[in-house]
Design a protein around this ligand. Structure first.
Ligand code: ATP
Ligand code: MG
Ligand code: MG
Ligand code: MG
Length: 584
């Protein structure tokens, strides 16, 4: 396969796109792999599509190897199956919904458990038909609250999703293990560093669940790993004994309303990301929030103690707060006042307080993970909105108890009890989980067992973010000058640069390129003439990131060319004649 730079549909850019937050996003746009079509929605250009197809091919091979069979579902789906499992409602704003001309409801599929379950129900009816694993590589739609980092969190993205169907738990376990092993092979081949962590199964329900996280500082997941053994878990999943709720004796009545439906720190983190998106990277467990304790002085003379959370190091704009609350006066809570409201103080600020005194009163910097034992009040501590709600006489709901609370760095490992836990960031690349009978129950997927009795099928569901993988590989391998692909997924194996004006140089380059293509290599050939200087060509080559850059230039007179390893920068002079053998 040969791509010529002279005709390739490509314009590399000198400047970073203004909306790019992470290096992979900047470089994928600058090097001409993708273009933004709308927030979280991207078009793929020829170079990008090459990488995407290679990633897909690796995933496809490994899925086929475990006997999973490829199918393809539509993205446009009817409401009813999602209604039957409750997800039409559960997904809330997270899905794209639309209506047809007859006013019937449709959605763009965020994931396909329902559809696979129904398809198997349609066609299969006996235990003899199982086990079965089906997969697809297909476009998914999620109206993410905060699409970010280019392909890393898109609103349209490609996922490989598979589903396993078994008669019993042992069968499910075997299917799960087969998928997990295939994922290890896939991620090894994709060539980035990753960890496998215990995970919650989130909205999917079910039991055993693990995530494959690419280790990356730009990742949105925080996980803990043990310094001694191989224990690793997403902090979402580390459910330490739920702390005793703190009584809210001094708090207004609305505070006492507790709805512990979503008892993870993720609730808080999501809330911050939605209400207070940060420029550099999203909020994650472990970031600091400043809690400011204040007293509201109502016109009728009553005084109301309140804790207000302020993300990061922002100063509280007292005047703004007062302006909003007119005619209520707001004053910082002093130590004497705090002593009168111990439950408020303890309730909002757990035992792991990093307290600090400030001129305006008493201020606390709290690590959200240590807001142990407190109920976090949605939209309240953080935005001050609850104050407005209170003023307007509205109730506001508590989000529940933050459970991941007492995992800190340094804590003893719950597995080996010898090592300590340390935390790190990762990008969720894949997710395997045992769904159990949740979907089969909801949609009536049953088969006849050996005794002619109807039994409900048990399922697993396994996802890989394909477009996300492209970005994660880029993120994992790039350097200051550009992308730097592992060979297995690079848009080409060799990037040949004809450097010079000489006809002899171009003739030699053409000849070499033809031989490389004959040898089965994918070649990107910079055959541009005219005003494109060798300097520009080298810059482009480094930006595009094909793993081997071959320069055909002055050396041609002596029968040599130069091969440069894009990653190490190491240069090797090769005789033109033996070059192909050395480069294959
Ligand atoms: P996340 O925690 O990052 O939101 P998820 O847990 O919601 O991901 P799953 O439902 O487990 O995602 O989907 C399977 C895989 O699809 C994920 O492991 C991830 O690689 C990929 N994926 C999920 N959401 C997106 C997205 N918005 N953009 C790109 N890839 C995604
Ligand atoms: Mg998600
Ligand atoms: Mg997740
Ligand atoms: Mg997941």
């Amino acid at each position: 396969m040969l791509m010529r730079m002279s005709t390739l549909f490509l314009r590399t850019l000198r400047d970073d796109p203004s909306d790019a937050e992470v290096p992979s996003h900047r470089l994928l746009v600058r090097a001409g792999y993708i273009r933004r079509a709308a927030p979280g929605i991207y078009s793929w250009l020829p170079l990008g599509l090459k990488v995407l197809r290679k990633v897909e091919a690796i995933i496809r091979e490994e899925m086929d190897a475990i006997g999973a069979q490829e199918v393809s579902f539509p993205a446009l789906l009817p409401r009813e199956p999602y209604e039957a499992t409750g997800r039409w409602t559960e997904y809330g704003d997270g899905i794209f919904r639309l209506k047809d001309r007859k006013d019937a409801d449709y959605l763009l599929g965020p994931t396909h458990e329902e559809m696979f379950t129904l398809l198997v129900k349609d066609l299969y009816g006996s235990y003899k038909d199982l086990p079965l694993s089906l997969y697809q590589i297909q476009t998914k739609y999620r109206d993410e609250a905060r699409p970010r980092a280019g392909l890393l969190r898109g609103r349209e993205f490609t996922m490989k999703d598979s589903y396993s169907f078994d008669v019993d738990d042992a069968g499910l376990e075997a299917s799960y293990v087969r998928h997990r092993e295939a994922y290890v092979r896939i991620f090894d081949r994709l060539g980035f560093e990753y960890v496998i962590v215990k995970a919650t199964s989130g909205a999917m329900g079910g039991s055993r669940s693990e995530e494959f996280l690419a280790t990356a500082a730009v990742g949105e997941d925080t996980y803990v790993r043990c310094t001694k053994c191989d224990y690793a878990a997403n902090v979402e999943a580390v459910r330490v004994r739920a702390p005793e709720p703190v009584p809210y004796a001094d708090a207004p009545a609305a505070h006492a309303e507790d709805t512990p439906d979503t008892p993870t720190i993720q609730t808080l983190v999501d809330h911050l990301n939605e209400k207070y998106p940060r420029e550099d990277r999203p909020w994650a467990a472990g970031d600091t929030l400043k809690i400011v304790l204040v007293v509201l002085k109502h016109p009728d003379g009553t005084r109301e103690p309140l804790a207000i959370g302020v993300p990061g190091d922002r100063e509280v704009d007292q005047r703004r707060l007062e302006g909003q609350l007119e005619p209520i006066e707001v004053e910082p809570m002093d130590a004497a006042e705090m002593a009168k409201h111990p439950s408020l103080v303890k309730g909002y600020i757990g035992p792991g307080v990093l307290g600090e005194e400030s001129e305006s009163g008493i201020r606390y910097v709290v690590d959200p993970r240590v807001v142990d034992g407190s109920r976090w009040v949605s939209g309240a501590n953080i935005s001050g909105q609850h104050v407005m709600d209170l003023v307007a006489g509205r109730d506001f709901a508590a989000d529940g108890i933050i459970e991941a609370a007492d995992v800190r760095d340094g804590d003893a490992c719950p597995n080996c009890e010898e090592g300590a836990l340390e935390s790190a960031r990762g990008i969720e690349m894949g997710h395997v989980f045992q769904l159990g009978r949740k979907y089969a129950d909801a949609l009536g997927l049953q088969v006849l067992d050996e005794n002619g009795k109807l039994v409900t099928v048990t399922m697993g569901s396994y996802g890989v973010g394909v477009t996300r993988a492209v970005a994660a590989i880029a993120e994992n391998s790039l350097d200051e000058i550009g992308l730097c692909w592992p060979r297995d997924v690079a848009p080409a194996d060799i990037h040949v640069v004809a450097a010079g004006k000489d006809a002899a140089v171009f003739a030699a380059a053409e000849e070499l390129v033809a031989k490389l293509v004959d040898a089965g290599l994918d070649v990107l050939y910079d055959d541009r003439t005219g005003k494109v200087s060798p300097g520009v060509k080298f810059k482009d080559a480094e930006l595009i990131g094909v793993p081997t850059i071959v320069t055909v230039g002055r050396g041609v007179a002596d029968g040599t060319i130069e091969a440069k390893d894009r990653r190490t920068g190491e240069r090797t002079e090769l005789p033109i004649d033996g070059a192909v053998a050395a480069l294959v």
